[in-house]
Each structure stands twice: as C-alpha cells, then as structure tokens.
Ligand binder design. Structure first.
Ligand code: 5AD
Length: 345
C-alpha cells in the first residue's frame, strides 16, 4: 500500500497479493490514501453530471445486459432530438453543465442525426460539456461527432482479459473495442474506460488485468461497477458482484491514476444504499444523476433495479447534493473537466 501510494504504480504480482489478502485494517488505509490523493488533486469537489438515456435499442448481445439485442420482453424506445433537447433544458435549469448522452448501440441514429443534436445542444448551452456513451463507431463517425462539439466519450472496455471478454460478448471484437479507445484519445476526446467487477468466471487475475490495462491506457475517466444479474439475460442465475471489491478497485484506480475523474457508479447504489458515500470517501469524485424522463427511464433496464427509482430529476438532484454534503464534500455543478484540460482553459 505504501508503494502504491508513493509511486502510483504496482507490479502485477503485487496487485494480485493486495487484492487477495486485503483485510479490514488495510482496506481502511487504502481508502484513506485514495481520499488524500483525490483531495490533493480535486479538493473536496464532487462533480455532478446529468445522464440522458435516449434509446434502449441495441444491436449487440452482451450477455450480462438487459438491453441485449435478442431480449424480446423489453419495451424499446427512442427519443427524438426535441425530447433530448428538452431534457438538457431541464437539466441546465437545475444547474447541470455536463450532459451524458447514453444509448444502446443503435444504428438508427446516423452521424447526421447525432451531429445535429450535438450542435444544437452546444448552441443552446455553450458552457455545457457533452459526453457521448453510445458504443463502438467508426473513426470517421468519432471524428464527425467530435467536430460537431462532443467533448468526452465513455466506452468501458468491460473486461481487459481477452478470453473473458469474448465469452461475454458474442460477435464482438476485443481488439476493435481497445482500438476505439485509442482512436477516441487520438482525436482529442476526454475518454472514459472501465470494467465490471464480479462477472461470472472472472478471477482476481482478470481484475488485475483490468487495473493494469487502465494504468497503461491512462484515460481521463474510469467507470467501475459491480455485476448485477438481470432476469431476462443468459446470466440470470449468476451471483451479483461484490460492492466491497468494487470500492477497493475504485481506490486502487485513484492511486494508480491520481488525476482521473472517477464516478461512484449507479450499479453500486443499486446494490447498497450506502455505497455512494463509501465510494466518495475512497477516491470517487463524480456522480451521475438521471435526467431521463421517468417513462423512458424505467425501460432503460440494463440490470435489475436500474430503472426503479420513482423520483424525478429534481428530487434526485436534491438527494444527491445532500448526500455529498453529508459525506463532507462539496457539490460542483460546473463542467468538471479533467484537470489536464481545465488547466489549459
Ligand atoms: N451489471 C452491471 N453493469 C452492467 N452494465 C451492463 N449490464 C450490466 C450488468 N448486468 C454496464 C456496462 C456498460 C454500462 C453502461 O453498464 O459496463 O458499459
């Protein structure tokens, strides 16, 4: 732990040893170190983002995800440019300055449609950042969306170990996914990668691969959440991932990548009401609040319990702000860029 704290690096065998032998006493030290490092870089600020889940159509078949293509039970929806703009408007009025546009991989939205939505949002809200989270696309498409005004792109690598990735993602290519992340970085996006903790057949060594992959990629953002089984997927009988292990991974990532933007993820809160507060105290410095209208939100059913909240965006925002303050941190509704970017401007 002291080596990780002072050098921001560990070798593979050291990470394996840390993950396999960590006890409560050392967990406490790890979380404290992560909190110190986060405060050194970003202070007590927690950045709020508004997420708009604008389509639950998906052409892929990720075996853990409720939106997977052949799920015939789910009710599908798509939001129009007008509906997306309305969500941004409401979010802007609440103070949000980052909009995360997320969807399944839905080819219905052409580059032209997305460009038009992005540039209209930028025109209406010039001081807001746009984050896309819409899956793998071509280099040309990534370029066009960047030129239209998108600032950031989230594309979790999901699993760095190739065999594990390929078992869970039929007809998808691990190489292409990693290549997309590299292209996004080269174009100039602030890029987010990340993985799922507790996937069926995932070993500690696999998690160490994920941590080392992220250290090497050096992304601006990292999203890590526990696996939550979804009753309409092939993995419906697999046990959920561990909240504790997820928070341990968050704090290790904070120490490996001190400047990273690190959300306390939605899946964590789904499994444990206290986990957001615990994550903030263990290195996390971002929370994403849901701006999707309730009607659609309940259909964006990636994992069990995901769309269950009956609260509207206003109530959620108040709740989250209270949670942040009660945990001893400060709410920041600004764009919340990565520190390497905000220093430039
Ligand atoms: N459990 C946890 N996380 C999941 N995701 C998708 N399905 C699940 C699940 N069953 C995550 C993926 C994806 C993100 C939007 O949600 O990592 O990138």
């Amino acid at each position: 732990l002291n080596k990780l704290y002072s050098t921001n690096n560990l070798e593979r065998r050291e990470l394996i040893k840390l993950l396999s032998s960590i006890d409560n006493k050392h967990k406490k030290i790890l979380f404290e170190y992560a909190d110190i490092v986060r405060k050194k870089i970003y202070g007590k600020k927690v950045f709020l983002r508004g997420i708009i889940e604008f389509s639950n159509y998906c052409k892929n078949s990720c075996m853990y995800c409720g939106l997977y293509a052949s799920n015939k039970i789910i009710n599908r929806y798509r939001m129009s440019k007008f509906e997306i703009m309305e969500c941004c408007k409401k979010g802007y009025e609440m103070g949000y300055r980052t909009f995360v546009l997320q969807s399944g991989e839905d080819p219905y939205y052409t580059d032209e449609m997305l460009k038009s939505t992005i540039s209209s949002i930028k025109h209406a809200f010039p001081d807001a950042a746009i984050t896309l989270s819409i899956g793998e696309r071509t280099k040309l498409s990534f370029n066009m969306l960047f030129n239209a005004g998108a600032d950031r792109y989230l594309l979790r690598h999901e699993a760095a170990e190739k065999n594990l990735y390929e078992k869970l993602h039929p007809h998808m290519s691990h190489d292409n996914r990693i290549n997309c992340l590299k292209i996004l970085k080269d174009i100039g996006y602030q890029v987010g990668a990340g993985f799922i903790v507790g996937l069926p057949n995932q070993s500690l060594e696999d998690i160490v691969e994920d941590l080392m992959f992220l250290k090497n990629l050096n992304p601006h953002m990292v999203g890590i959440g526990p696996f939550i089984s979804h009753p309409q997927t092939p993995l419906k009988n697999s046990p959920n991932g561990s909240v504790d292990m997820t928070i341990i991974c968050l704090s290790i990532i904070r120490l490996l990548l001190p400047h990273v933007l690190l959300p306390a993820t939605t899946a964590l809160r789904c499994l444990d009401a206290h986990s957001w507060e615990r994550s903030l105290k263990a290195g996390a410095n971002v929370i994403m609040t849901n701006l999707t209208p309730q009607e659609q939100r309940k259909k964006y059913d990636i994992y069990k319990g995901k769309g269950n909240t009956a609260d509207n965006a206003n109530t959620l925002t108040v709740e989250v702000k209270d949670l942040i303050k009660n945990a001893g941190y400060e709410v920041d509704m600004g764009r919340g860029d990565h520190i390497s970017i905000s220093k430039l401007s």
